[in-house]
Design a protein around this ligand. Structure first.
Ligand code: HEM
Length: 499
């Protein structure tokens, strides 16, 4: 018995040694020997300590910037036991996303961590044929007719929330980033799922989300051991905090589906909303989603939709508050086109500066700044034929790509003029088709991009119409990436109703 126990322990230690040390070392050497630069290999931890040092000294986004300065547009970056090839070159990015996409999947760690909240199968985590099936079933939900019908609902929710801000916060500093995220959560829940979202519920969900994201960061940045999926399932070291978010969202989704089925939760729009479409969608064989699949997709849309759009709006507001001339240009356009009226769908195409300002914000502050993939079949990329071994990670950093002087003139300048459409409604040509990727590209591009842009335009317009806003002068705004790009200490601002 004792001997068997010892054998099992030795076997476990050997597996851990192979997964955390030997395999990563082999991948590192295979890439490094091809002349790709990178910092030295440190078993188990890789550059995790250095990454944490940047993060803790409020320079998180400079971590990759400094590595790019040191190594160029492609380099090796071991983070924990995962050896990544960071690619900041638009040609190589397009090759991975378009021609070679089938050689990659989402990383194991991402799947296990995010899967405990979203469920294992949903549009974000599914791969191959399962992904294609779900995507084909969900595409109609994002057809422009459905989006068009959401405009007035989004406007109503925004007006209601802005009035509540005026009552609650006039003339006192508050964290407008948190409030914008709550607004975005309210909009997606009510417009897409017919939910009535109370203040208490939004507060509760936003707090659960914050705690879960903090827990995810803590686990991935302090304990590389959680890269092993089975260990990641153990209910230790803040895992219950992440699970709590998953359980709460799941019970809400279940309740929402039951209520819609017995007509207690009405669709507020005059077209099918997302929940109607989830309940009725059929695949090529005429098969519908199971209840569990509907729950998973509903949670996915709420999370993917509100985090990102909330991020875009927060950064856009930060830009407007720190660049008064841009704010004035936006206000002049909004007043001229809408003359004090709440926008409808057809007005939006006349708000050219608002559209350009949102795209310039997405360039400098892409909400999804860092994307990772894992190689599942060995292949080569680029003219140099860089061989990518199975198990290697590939990382794209859009925060860097969008600030590269190779593709952008005056890259750090906020210049919305670069997006102003010509008289035919066409945007100026980019230096490279793949140098601007806030919504990614290829088969895994963002299904909700038009929804997100529609919501961002509406919220921004109504805020500009109804509020005078000032940023707290001495408040430190520090971008950091936690699932999405956020201001680490929030954005403190003061509002007054515009008279
Ligand atoms: C400004 C707003 C948004 C930005 C910047 C954004 C960005 C992105 C990016 C970069 C991806 C690719 C992620 C990856 O493959 O790792 C993605 C995927 C996705 N987004 Fe968005 N998103 C936004 C809004 C939305 C909204 C409003 C929804 C839903 C209503 C949504 C739902 C999704 C879903 C379901 C996927 C997975 C698509 C797939 O893999 O087929 N997003 N988004």
């Amino acid at each position: 018995m004792f001997f068997e126990f010892i054998c099992v322990i030795i076997l476990i230690l050997l597996i851990i040694y192979y997964k955390l040390i030997e395999k990563p070392r082999q991948i590192y050497n295979a890439v490094r020997l091809q002349g790709i630069p990178g910092d030295p290999f440190i078993p188990i931890f890789g550059q995790l300590k250095e990454h944490r040092r940047y993060y803790e000294s409020d320079k998180h986004m400079e971590f990759y910037m400094d590595l790019e300065k040191k190594h160029g547009s492609r380099f090796i970056l071991p983070i924990g036991p995962i050896v990544n090839l960071v690619i900041l070159d638009a040609d190589l990015i397009s090759e991975v996303l378009i021609k070679k996409y089938a050689f990659y999947k989402k990383p194991k760690l991402f799947r296990t961590q995010i899967g405990s909240v979203l469920g294992p199968v949903n549009l974000i985590l599914a791969e191959g044929d399962v992904h294609t099936r779900i995507r084909e079933m969900l595409n109609p939900a994002f057809h422009y007719i459905n989006l068009q019908s959401l405009t007035s609902l989004m406007c109503q929710e925004t007006v209601k929330v802005i009035e509540s801000w005026i009552n609650k916060y006039s003339n006192t500093y508050f964290d407008i980033q948190t409030e914008i995220h709550k607004l975005s959560l309210t909009i997606i829940c009510s417009s897409s799922f017919g939910m009535t979202v109370t203040h208490e519920l939004t507060n509760e969900l936003c707090q659960l989300l914050k705690d879960a994201f903090d827990a995810l960061y803590y686990r991935t940045n302090h304990f590389p051991i959680f890269q092993i999926p089975i260990l990641n399932k153990l209910p230790i070291l803040k895992k219950p905090v992440i699970d709590k978010l998953g359980h709460r969202f799941r019970s809400l989704a279940r309740q929402m589906i039951e209520q819609r089925r017995c007509h207690m939760n009405e669709n507020h729009s005059d077209q099918n909303d997302l929940l109607d479409l989830l309940l009725t969608a059929e695949d090529k064989e005429g098969k519908k989603f199971s209840d569990e699949e509907i729950e998973n997709e509903a949670i996915t849309f709420v999370l993917a939709g509100h985090e990102t759009t909330g991020g875009l709006l927060s950064w856009c507001l930060y830009i407007l508050l720190t660049n008064p001339e841009v704010f004035n240009d936006c206000r002049e356009e909004v007043d001229r086109v809408l003359n004090g009226q709440i926008p409808d769908y057809s007005d939006l195409q006349n708000l050219i500066i608002i559209d350009a300002v949102l795209h310039e914000t997405l360039r400098l502050y892409p909400p999804v700044s860092i994307i990772m993939r894992e190689c599942i079949r060995e292949h080569t990329i680029g003219e140099e034929e860089i061989r990518i071994p199975v198990g290697a990670g590939v990382v794209f950093n859009f925060y860097n790509l969008h600030r590269s002087d190779k593709y952008w003139k005056d890259p750090l300048k906020f210049d919305y003029q670069r997006w102003i459409r010509n008289s035919n409604g066409l945007k100026p040509k980019l230096a490279h088709r793949f140098c601007y990727l806030p919504f990614l590209a290829g088969v895994r591009n963002c299904i909700g991009q038009n929804f997100g842009l529609l919501e961002a335009k509406i919220v921004l317009i109504i805020m500009i119409q109804k509020l005078n806003i000032e940023i707290k002068p001495d408040h430190k705004v520090v971008p950091h990436h936690r699932i999405t790009l956020k201001a680490k200490y929030g954005i403190q601002a003061k509002i007054q109703p515009r008279v």
